[in-house]
Design a binder for this molecule. Sequence first.
Ligand code: PCA
Length: 201
Amino acid sequence: MTVLLTGFAPFDGAATNPSWQAASRAAAQRRDTVAVELPCEFAAALPALRAAIGEHRPELVVCTGLAGGRDHVSPERVAINLIDARIPDNAGAQPIDVPVVSGGPSAYFTTLPVKAAVAAIQEAGVPAAVSYTAGTYVCNQVFYGLMHLIATEFPGLRGGFVHVPEEAVLPLDEIARALAIVVDTALTVSEDVAVSAGTLD
Ligand code: PCA
């Protein structure tokens, strides 16, 4: 396996999480990709991610999670070293104003070609936009932790994070197609395209 795709377990009382459903669907359609579900728990998510990287030794890791308020697929540009949980996680923990990694840099940038990926997803007819905030909950924690793992333990590994909308907003097949396009783009494009994807909000 060369690609690790992750999705999250359901959280906040939901029965399913489209990030895991789409990630497992996309992986099932590819020979180079394995999918792993991460727990939506601050204490357990990063150890599970680290174990999956150690087991599968991928060259590319794309983690995904649900962003309930969004109506499009959003590859994330930046992870911040901050947890500020709005709701408790699945283990009942609600850390507020703590770093993901004590003493770590304030932020990491993705090493995925997010602009090229967004252009390719849009070309396939699926709504997408680059995002400049992954929030301050478990998704941002996993994104930051992934980039920190790459910086400290797995040099050469490429990785990033993609938020996906609710299944009612975008069908799972389209979300899965978008994730496959992110993977294909990352495997073929090493330098991102220099077009503006900036935002004023
Ligand atoms: N979304 C949450 C955590 C798990 C998930 O799928 C988030 O955006 O932080």
